[in-house]
Ligand binder design. Sequence first.
Ligand code: COA
Length: 333
Amino acid sequence: MHSAMIGLGTCLPSRLVTNAELAEGLDTSDEWIVSRTGIRSRYWVEPGTATSDLAVEAGLRALKSAGLAPEDIDVVALATTTPDHPCPATAPDVASRLGLGPVAAYDIAAVCSGFLYALAMGHAQIVAGQARTVLVIGADAYSTILNPDDRATRVIFGDGAGAVVLTASDVPGRPGTVLGAHLGSDGAHKDLIRIPAGGSRQPVTADTASADRYFVMEGTKVFRQAVRHMSESATTLLGRIGWQTGEIDHLVGHQANARILGALAGHLDIPVERAVVDIDRVGNTSAASIPLALAHAAGQGRFTRGDRVLMTAFGGGLTWASAAITWPDITPL
Ligand code: COA
């Protein structure tokens, strides 16, 4: 049994936040943000909007894109770093609000690699015969965990959601087929990306410093690790599935920094024009980054049915993941 992607839906919050707006309250500038990251704007949720709200909308659109009814889905795998609550998981609520019935629903915590981890799990469940059709969602509302005073993170992250429908397929050459995935981690560097307080290691108490409740990142160290691990993961996957780098039509890397995407293409020896860049308009949307980039590139008419698409991501944990698909005959919504 194989799995194939048959639908894609996305959701961005309505509030557009420009670099100029951020520079009003932080010691930063549009020039610094654009030249160091490639980001020109991002979207943030309004107060009261949660990750699940974005995930439900993206999920609805993915179902419509796939031409499926809610009862056709039997698993929801939701990747997020910003669940609605520390407990319970957000996926069951999303499944319930989508009217999917008593399906299996679970969250995946792999930070910016989360979507590809979830895709790999959905793919594996289908190939193993445990599921027929899986809704894979990456959704994050990072603006809710950013320190308002930290210019190093505040300018980088945006909110959003993307969802893909994977279904069982017995036609190996069908456009949309997931060729394979590669996953990895290195917990020795867990402190490079984290929220110090709020877990069992450092529960929140009345004495918790407010800065410890927010997301922190050692960006320059992360940068080096990101290029290395995405390149190695992608190369391992390509070796497994027998694709040469020259045969890749589109490189869809995690949208963390435009300079990382350029370095990644260089390391993989893939022409930089084949790298999809979406970070300029949405920033780093963490688990939503890859599906948002897929939908954006497809919307621009860059993808043709059957094109070879290599996706690779990197995130806190540290975690990394890659997956390869051929482009399906779908209209992302
Ligand atoms: N505006 C102006 N200056 C800023 C700034 C901002 N928004 N954010 C940080 N700086 C400053 C720092 O304080 C530092 O100043 P110092 O040298 O006086 O200490 C300096 O800029 C660092 O700049 P630079 O050397 O250009 O850092 P960099 O090239 O590593 O770029 C990042 C910084 C964060 C953009 C980059 O490291 C990055 O994108 N890292 C990867 C992030 C990532 O992938 N995260 C997600 C993984 S899932």
